[in-house]
Design a protein around this ligand. Structure first.
Ligand code: PLP
Length: 519
């Protein structure tokens, strides 16, 4: 016995009649299940029902809908209420969600393209895109269609089996990097970086050590126990224990000591400091965000990326790029680093955020170059993490991989890299033209843009103690209908979808100028 879930139309109704409709539907479904001896049917199994429901819930607070349900062989129309309006979303969070986030008081309900609406129906221009996640905007029809089809075909199988969507996505990602290699799928940026740390450790443990450097007559030992990873100050690599250990910011580590062993940080873009750090015995890898996101959008210099590659080659270290935020089109190129130094090729890359347009997916790509092992054999780097060494239940399900492949196809076929390049440059121009003493600098690459606020913003805006200029401004922009993302205390980010329109950039810039003018 199954409930059919075809949504016919949406209509506002009073709560009482809605509840009655829902209860009646449940009663008759249960009765039918009893009479046939089967288990009570679950609404959740109806893909047409659930996929449309998400959109409907978003439409308004008091939204109800009619569904045709099949019970005792008859089609019956019932009215359903989508959520309990007795308790506000905010109250439910306060009671039931662990408060790891200092959330803004916005309750967002639905989105389309670069626009989102809150539960009251107020419209916002979305220039955060999650945090660089909804890379082709909200509810792109091509991705909606593919996800709906895949959810009705095969959602999950475990990684004990082969599934075609994962294979096709791996092939596509490898093509986008432009060098031979292989991909591992997981669920988030932190988890993708975790795979990079494990790759580096495996390389240190299994790889043959580089020949020792010595002068004639000096006795030196090979560096056989290598697990040190050098990362950058100001970086962000995720919230797992290894992620905060890798991250070059004290604030994420506080209260969680001791850190995972082996991570050392050097100033970003400082070649001399990097050189000293990689010369420390036991070093096995360097991890760099080609464009630092969480610190307020700071691109690496081309010289720094080239020097890092050279140092890694000379010392037989892995060069790994964290492209979780800056990768897959955000900078106007598939790979963030190719916007800076296209001649550099890393040994491994991590992705997440925009890869599946909002569905949770992380991934790493690993170069296929040959590696000499301690036992004298040779293996491809991308085969070092062999069977049993790493895994994750949900990584690379057919559902998420089908969605991600479509997101990347849309970026490619709808010319979104060119759009990100052109409109990113346009955004920099319009932002730099805003004449306000409250802005110190505007910087960025493609549609990854940082707006640095003046050091004396707090005094000029007469801010009360404890509120950072970035949070203050982001909230003012919310009131004016624009979502942006704070970075630290003095920067905000624009990270709109890669298909943002010129008019939307103009509208966002006008809102920013107006808000700054009124501060
Ligand atoms: C560069 C970078 N790496 C890693 C992460 C962690 O990703 P996730 O939050 O998906 O674990 C982030 C998240 O902001 C990031 O910006």
């Amino acid at each position: 016995m199954r409930l059919g879930g075809v949504v016919e139309r949406v209509a506002p109704r009073a709560f009482r009649s809605v509840l009655e409709g829902l209860l009646a539907a449940k009663r008759s479904a249960r009765g039918a299940a009893r009479s046939t001896g089967s288990a009570a049917p679950s609404f959740g199994h109806e893909h047409a029902f659930t996929s449309t429901a998400a959109q409907i819930v978003a439409d308004a607070r008091e939204v109800c809908f009619f569904a045709r349900i099949r019970t005792r062989g008859r089609n019956v129309r019932r009215l359903f209420k989508m959520h309990d309006s007795q308790t506000s979303t905010r109250e439910l969070y306060d009671r039931h969600v662990i408060p790891t986030y200092g959330r803004f008081d916005l309750r967002l309900a639905r989105g389309r393209g670069c626009e989102v609406w809150d539960e009251e129906g107020k419209r916002y221009l979305d220039f955060g895109a999650g945090i660089a996640v909804t890379s082709i905007g909200h509810a792109h029809p091509r991705v909606v269609r593919v996800l709906q089809e895949q959810v009705a075909t095969l959602v999950h199988t475990s990684n004990l089996y082969y599934t075609r969507p994962q294979a096709l996505l791996a092939e596509r990602l490898t093509r986008l990097v432009g060098a031979g290699g292989k991909v591992f799928f997981c669920n988030s940026g932190a988890e993708a970086n975790e795979a990079l740390y494990k790759l580096a450790r495996k390389y240190g443990n299994d790889g043959a050590p580089p020949p020792p450097k010595h002068s004639v007559g000096e006795v030196v030992q090979s560096d056989t126990h290598r697990f040190g990873i050098v990362t950058m100050l100001g970086s962000f690599h995720g919230r797992t224990l290894a992620g905060i250990s890798a991250t070059g910011q004290e604030k994420v580590k506080k209260g969680f000591e001791p850190m995972v062993e082996g991570f050392r940080h050097v100033p970003f873009n400082d070649i001399a400091a990097l050189q000293s750090a990689v010369d420390v015995p036991g070093t096995v890898a360097v991890l760099i965000e080609p464009v630092q996101g969480e610190s307020g959008v700071h691109p690496a210099s081309a010289e720094f990326l080239r020097a890092a590659r050279e140092l890694c080659d000379e010392r037989d270290l892995l060069l790994m790029f964290d492209e979780v935020q800056c990768g897959l089109g955000r900078t106007g190129e598939w790979c963030g680093w190719t916007s800076i130094a296209p001649d550099v090729m890393p040994d491994a890359v991590s992705w997440a955020k925009g890869i599946a347009g909002g569905f949770p997916l992380g991934a790493i790509w690993v170069n296929e170059r040959a590696v000499k092992l301690k036992d004298g054999t040779v293996k491809k780097l991308c085969d070092l993490l062999g069977p049993g060494t790493h895994g994750t239940t949900f990584g690379g399900t057919p559902l998420v991989c089908a969605g991600a492949s479509e997101v990347l196809a849309v970026i490619e076929e709808e010319g979104m890299l060119a759009n990100a390049t052109a409109l990113g440059a346009h955004a920099l121009t319009v932002l730099r033209a805003i004449s306000s003493p409250l802005i110190a600098e505007v910087r960025g690459l493609g549609l990854m843009i940082g707006i640095e606020l003046a050091a004396d913003f707090a005094q000029r805006a007469k801010l009360s103690e404890g509120k950072s200029p970035a949070l203050f401004l982001v909230e003012k922009l919310h009131d004016a209908g624009l979502l942006t993302i704070p970075s630290g205390t003095h920067a905000i980010r624009w990270l709109p979808a890669l298909n943002v329109k010129r008019e939307e950039i103009g509208e966002a810039a006008a809102i920013l100028a107006r808000v700054l003018g009124a501060v």
